[in-house]
Design a protein around this ligand. Structure first.
Ligand code: HEC
Ligand code: HEC
Length: 329
């Protein structure tokens, strides 16, 4: 049994990046989803997880799903600054994407969950999010004969348990992978896949603007925490690393795949457009002591700004329709 997904044809790489500030090969798509270290992947497990992700019976009032805030139609996010949960109040932070979650760790903006399995129980039970109770959810799911049978098939002798619920959801989330984009084709050697603007934008991203110091690798994140100097008083990672002054106001670097479809931006959803994001980086940030040493002020020309946005646009994947699962009753 091969417990992996195959994501593309193996292509002999001719490196054409010598002339670029950044090395294109550093951004090559992985061929496999890393399922290692967690429950073995099976299509049945991922399908079950997908059903649960879209099932409102995981919420207290049976009216919200994970997709309420991680909506596939909006890049697995919500098109609002911060989403509204079961208490009809705004949550403290913006909903990050589930896209490419297999490569994102630890989880949450401040990294307080070690894994997707650990993360999944949070929203279900938080009164301000889905306001469910795990024992009630498990008992409810057990009354649905198809769920009982499928859990039993996948987890023999264990069936529907809270732990297996999280494993299934996390496994589904790992299959949510951004599809091929023009940038990927360029990385794989097709010089015609992107425009000259995009190529210059890649040089700005990896050179003058220094974006790749933090937005690195194929998913454009180092999975580290940085204070980029936004004017917000949420201390982020600081709550978990009390003795690390650099953790104050630091948040996890978000990946940039499909980013133009995933606004508003930042942990507080404070920026609506990519122009605002770039203006912030050019300003160099607030400059408080916790701010990352990788932030610095500079100014881009109008042309460089356009090129940078064209480059970010080249990370937009081909259209992926996500069919909704039919749920058992
Ligand atoms: C009411 C809106 C809402 C609902 C419903 C919701 N989430 Fe979230 N989700 C959020 C917010 C907001 C965050 C960020 C919270 C933080 O970082 O402090 C988040 C964070 C996450 C993350 C972390 C992503 C990362 O980059 O580390 C994952 C994964 C996730 N949610 C999955 C789920 C799953 C699975 C469900 C259903 C069981 C769910 N969410 C339900 C709003 C929601
Ligand atoms: C010091 C590391 C660092 C550098 C340099 C950096 N970023 Fe970021 N980026 C981050 C972090 C951390 C966040 C999240 C900050 C927050 O919400 O508090 C972020 C957020 C973003 C977002 C919002 C994504 C989302 O889904 O909300 C975009 C877009 C972005 N950066 C693009 C860029 C671009 C373009 C550059 C270069 C001009 C750049 N970044 C430079 C670390 C960095």
């Amino acid at each position: 049994m091969v417990s992996r997904f195959f994501w593309g044809a193996l292509v002999a790489l001719t490196l054409t990046s010598a002339a670029n500030a950044g090395n294109l090969a550093d951004y090559k798509r992985p061929l496999f989803i890393p399922f290692e270290g967690v429950a073995a992947y099976s299509p049945q497990l991922a399908t079950l997880g997908k059903m649960l992700f879209f099932d409102p019976r995981l919420s207290g009032a049976k009216n919200m799903t994970c997709a309420t805030c991680h909506n596939p139609s909006f890049g697995f996010e919500a098109p609002v600054e911060t989403p509204v949960g079961a208490a009809n109040t705004r949550l403290g932070r913006q909903a990050p994407t589930v896209l490419n979650a297999a490569w994102v760790s630890p989880n949450f903006w401040d990294g307080r969950a070690k894994s997707l399995e650990e993360q999944a129980s949070g929203p279900m039970t938080a009164p301000v999010e889905m306001n469910g109770k795990l024992d009630v959810i498990v008992a409810d799911l057990k009354t649905i004969p198809d769920y009982t049978a499928w859990f039993e098939q996948i987890f023999p002798g264990k069936g529907v348990t809270a732990e297996n619920l999280m494993i299934a959801i996390a496994t589904y989330e790992r299959t949510v992978v951004s599809s091929w984009s023009p940038f990927d084709r360029w990385v794989d050697g097709d010089e015609n896949a992107v425009s000259a603007e995009v190529k210059r934008g890649f040089d700005v991203f990896t050179g003058k603007a220094g974006c790749s110091a933090c937005h690195s690798g194929w998913n454009f994140t180092d999975n580290q925490f940085h204070d980029i100097g936004l004017p917000d008083d949420d201390i982020g990672r600081g709550a978990l690393e009390k003795s690390n002054p650099k953790a104050m106001f630091a948040f996890k670097t978000p990946g940039l795949r499909n980013t133009l479809y995933r606004g508003p931006y930042m942990h507080d959803g404070s920026m609506k457009t990519m122009d605002e994001v770039i203006a912030h980086y050019e300003s160099g940030g607030l400059g408080r002591p916790s701010q990352s040493d990788l932030m610095f002020p500079y100014s881009l020309t109008e042309g460089e700004r356009k090129d940078l946005i064209a480059f970010l646009g080249s990370l937009t994947a081909e259209k992926q329709d996500i069919p909704l699962p039919t749920l058992p009753n």
